[in-house]
Design a protein around this ligand. Structure first.
Ligand code: F6P
Length: 467
């Protein structure tokens, strides 16, 4: 079998290249090892590519990377428009932030159709297609329209919201009906899968039985595949990274002070405002903690052209400056706030340096930062993870300190608890989390999905064969 993996964002994974978003970091090792072709956006747009898709192809480990220039006329409507101003807010239960026009939807469909045409170049008789994320909900249907009859799977990295929120997305019916062209649809958590199944039965009036739904396209299996990380690689990387110049500089700057760390894309789903407020409240309630702990918050900008993101960037910059102005001293900055990305190696070293990892999204499909923070710890002296119960990762990492990211006082108390947790308790919690990470690695995620996809395809074919 040859495998073609498709996602909007892709990465070459160069040692010093900053990695934005969990998806690219997660797919990189499996493409490198499995020999798959990974197709995605080059980040550039072009006029006149609609008819002649242009892709630059290069080797990536045992696999290959195909970077596609997307059509200039449709890119904005597709990426900033429908994908990130309609689908993203809805999937994260922020129907209030949905802003979309009919033109955006048409551009989204155009780019999905364009990608389908571009994929034909990589199709062989034994090819399996695996499509990633909400940018390409309709790609499976477009491939089928072009006559592709090979297995096509889809995995959603974000949450799938309850049905009333999804119904706030213009053309939701058309899109979900198009999704049923996939043989297998994978979700991060049972809740997401259940929400999708409720949508199918209540909104589309379809019957879902034992995780299988029948539609005009044939059968589609829906199931849960929680994504993991390459635990061994990350652990090794973190231990080695302590000698990296950026990591050494961070360590030296601490002067015996403890460090809490947050690493996120600058996104309203990540709960950054509440997190900063929780630190503010902690320093107000426990003035003795001033100078003994600071927060390193890395907030990597993405989707900056969208109003909600621009507003958030301004709000955060002001909030951080207010908190630093209030609690800071001539020789102490409470919050080190950085709007740039770092390579995986450097991040691994930062995680190992920090005594507390704060991962407090309001909603998150999985959140691989939580998993990476755990994997990066020194087994002899592990740090503590403070984790939102609304991140998919909380299902597995249930010995983290779980918090409600809307309850700022409780988060402030929990961060203080994390800072003073005795070594024995830290070790017990960390060991339990590591055992779960090892059981559900990225390799296991990859092979279980691909195997389930082959099976779903053959079961589907058997069911729809005339007897
Ligand atoms: O995890 C969700 C996701 O959209 C991924 O698809 C992507 O890797 C990440 O967030 C980054 O988003 P963007 O490419 O829009 O910056």
């Amino acid at each position: 079998m040859s495998l073609v993996v498709v996602s909007n964002r892709i990465t070459r994974g160069n040692a010093n290249e900053p990695i934005t978003g969990g998806l690219a970091a997660a797919l990189l090792p499996i493409v490198e090892k499995s020999g798959a072709i990974w197709v995605g956006s080059s980040g550039r747009v072009r006029d006149g590519v609609q008819k002649e898709p242009f892709a630059e192809v290069e080797a990536l480990g045992a696999g290959a990377l195909a970077m596609l220039d997307l059509p200039a006329a449709h890119y904005g409507g597709y990426y900033e428009g429908f994908a990130n101003s309609a689908l993203w807010p809805a999937l994260h239960s922020r129907a209030d932030l949905i802003r979309v026009s009919q033109g955006d939807y048409l551009s989204y469909r155009e780019v999905n159709a364009f990608m389908a045409r571009a994929l034909l170049r990589f199709r062989k008789p034994d090819t399996t297609f695996w499509i990633q994320d909400y940018h390409f909900l309709a790609l499976g249907a477009e491939l089928r329209d072009l006559g592709v009859n090979q297995p096509i799977g889809f995995f959603l990295h974000t949450p799938w919201a309850p049905r009333d929120v999804i119904e706030g997305v213009p053309h939701h019916r058309e899109l979900v009906e198009a999704m049923l062209a996939y043989d297998l649809i994978g979700f991060q958590t049972e809740d997401d899968c259940e929400n999708f199944s409720n949508y199918l039965s209540s909104t589309l009036d379809l019957m879902v039985e034992d995780g299988v739904v029948m539609s005009q396209h044939g059968t589609t299996r829906i199931a849960v595949f929680p994504i993991g990380i390459d635990v061994e690689k990350f652990t090794r990387q973190a231990a080695k990274a302590v000698s990296h110049p950026d990591v050494s500089r961070l360590r030296r700057s601490l002067n015996g002070e403890k460090l809490a760390i947050g690493v996120d894309r600058l996104d309203y789903s990540k709960g950054l405002v509440n997190r900063i407020k929780a630190f503010d409240r902690m320093w107000t309630a426990h003035p003795s903690l001033a100078r003994t702990v600071s927060l390193l918050q890395i907030a990597t900008p993405s989707r900056g052209a969208i109003e909600a993101y621009g507003n958030l960037q301004n709000e955060l910059a002001k909030l951080v400056s207010d908190v630093n102005g209030l609690h800071g001293e001539v020789d102490w900055t409470p919050i080190r706030y950085l709007n740039k990305g770092f390579s995986q190696t450097v991040l691994a070293g930062f995680y190992r340096t920090a005594q507390v990892g704060v991962v407090t999204p309001l909603h998150d499909g999985m959140n691989l930062v939580a998993k990476e923070y755990v994997a990066a710890q020194n087994p002899d002296d592990p740090g503590v993870l403070v984790l939102s119960k609304f991140a998919g990762a909380a299902n597995e990492l249930d010995t983290a300190l779980l918090v409600n990211p809307h309850d700022i006082d409780c988060m402030a108390r929990t961060i203080a608890t994390a800072l003073s947790m005795p070594l024995l308790e830290r070790r017990m919690r960390w060991e339990a989390m590591m055992a779960k990470l090892e059981r559900r690695s990225i390799q296991q995620w990859f092979s279980s999905f691909v195997e389930a996809l082959q099976q779903a395809r053959s079961e589907g074919e058997a069911l729809t064969q005339p007897v």
